[in-house]
Write a protein that binds this ligand. Structure first.
Ligand code: SF4
Length: 400
């Protein structure tokens, strides 16, 4: 094994590294992430190109990588040898001893003893597992391949090999799901003792099979009021089981919050590599082509696979700070907003902010602007209202 790079200066600002592995066994009906079925494909050229991009981006970045996240897709369906090569690219480019967290996404029944052993020996500290539901009919509606019985053994395998932290993803608002079955899924997840539980409301994204079925009346979505009850039940159930909500959809035992995702929500820099991956470093955002063959071709020909990039101007940055930080229970940091934008957000958002406070949707303290419990139920509306202020007011914004 090659030697791990030297320790980087602790004064370097931290950043995250996201690696997109775009292979799954099949495509789930609700999923709009870029992923394709692995089937008979040879993943080797793609893994080579991801390694090349990863080296280039990490070496060319003035920040120190502190968190790594392998997402997708389903990284753990790669054959063992290809997964090992991919993990090794991180080992070669990043000082893993300085990592605060190394997460790999997995699906139930895609991690056996060999893969779990490989993950742990490669420095992976956290596995995020797409459990989604503990009911067969709900998993079938989502077109998930695994069964409820696969979840516990997969968690046990990861624990047996010493994976430090485990997250379970769950989905509520599934057609046919009831408040009762949702509560049971939550309880069964809690029984497995994960360190972190993420609960997402089902969304109907353009271009997915589920959205088409809904449009053609072949599927009835969950009632909105029941979905709101599920959201509130989630909070009550998980908080009383010792999980603290720290983001609208994310709950963790104390100290087990996902550091990589926190970096997104706090608008800190991140590198993205792989097909469809996005990155944002030093005020510039880029996006790679969402196509395996196109990605390999561009990396081999040009050394990068960016198909889109933009400089984030002040107005965009304000919208992003509001959109991302209000998702966090701690809320929008007044100090960070002042530092990044040069003005106090309480002055910038003035009347709109006060209106939201009067409605009981937002609180304002000396340090943060945050959503209340009722505000979290209508978070998109609150964010849209605040994000519209800079445009409506035509504020004289400072040039970044
Ligand atoms: S396993 Fe995950 S990434 Fe793959 S298709 Fe299903 S939802 Fe999408």
């Amino acid at each position: 094994m090659p030697s791990n790079p030297p320790i980087t200066s602790p004064s370097l600002a931290p950043c995250g590294l996201y690696v997109h592995v775009p292979f799954c066994e099949t495509k789930c009906g609700y999923c709009d992430f870029y992923s394709v079925a692995l089937k008979d494909r040879n993943p080797t050229p793609l893994v080579d190109c991801i390694g090349r991009e990863l080296r280039q981006r990490v070496n060319g970045c003035a920040h120190a990588v502190r968190t790594v996240f392998f997402g997708g897709g389903t990284p753990t369906i790669l054959p063992l040898s290809e997964l090992a090569r991919l993990l090794n690219f991180v080992y070669e480019a990043v000082n893993v001893r300085q990592l605060e967290e190394f997460t790999v996404e997995a699906n139930p029944a895609t991690v056996d003893d060999e893969k779990a052993e490989l993950l742990v020996s490669s420095g992976v500290s956290r596995v995020s597992m797409g459990a989604q539901s503990f009911f067969r009919n709900e998993l079938a509606t989502l077109e998930r391949l695994h069964s409820p019985e696969d979840i516990a053994p997969s968690v046990a395998t990861l624990r047996r090999h010493g994976v430090g932290q485990i997250n379970l993803d769950l989905i509520f608002g599934i057609p046919g799901q009831t408040l009762e079955t949702w509560s049971q899924s939550l309880s069964r997840a809690i029984d497995l003792g994960p360190d972190h539980i993420a609960c997402y409301g089902l969304t109907y994204e353009p271009g997915t099979r589920l959205t088409a079925m809904r449009r053609h009346g072949r599927m009835t979505p969950c009632d909105e009021d029941i979905e709101a009850d599920m959201f509130l039940r989630t909070f009550d159930t998980l908080e009383s089981a010792g999980y603290r909500q720290y983001e609208i959809s994310n709950y963790a035992k104390p100290g087990c919050e996902c550091r990589h995702n926190l970096l997104y929500w706090r608008n800190e820099p991140y590198i993205g590599v792989g097909p469809s991956a996005a990155g944002c470093v030093d005020g510039r955002r880029y996006k790679n082509v969402a196509d395996v063959a196109g990605y390999v071709r561009l990396i081999e020909r040009d050394g990068h696979a960016e198909v889109d990039s933009e400089i984030i101007d002040t107005e965009m940055l304000i919208v992003e700070l509001v959109m991302m930080q209000l998702r966090l229970n701690e809320g929008l940091s007044i100090a960070v907003f002042r530092e990044r934008i040069g003005v106090d957000p309480r002055d910038s958002f003035g009347e709109a902010l006060m209106r939201l406070v009067d409605l009981g949707l937002v609180t304002v303290s000396d340090t943060h602007i945050a959503l209340t419990r009722s505000g979290r139920l209508v978070a998109n509306t609150v964010v849209a209202e605040l994000a519209a202020v800079p445009r409506q007011a035509d504020l004289a914004l400072p040039i970044l």
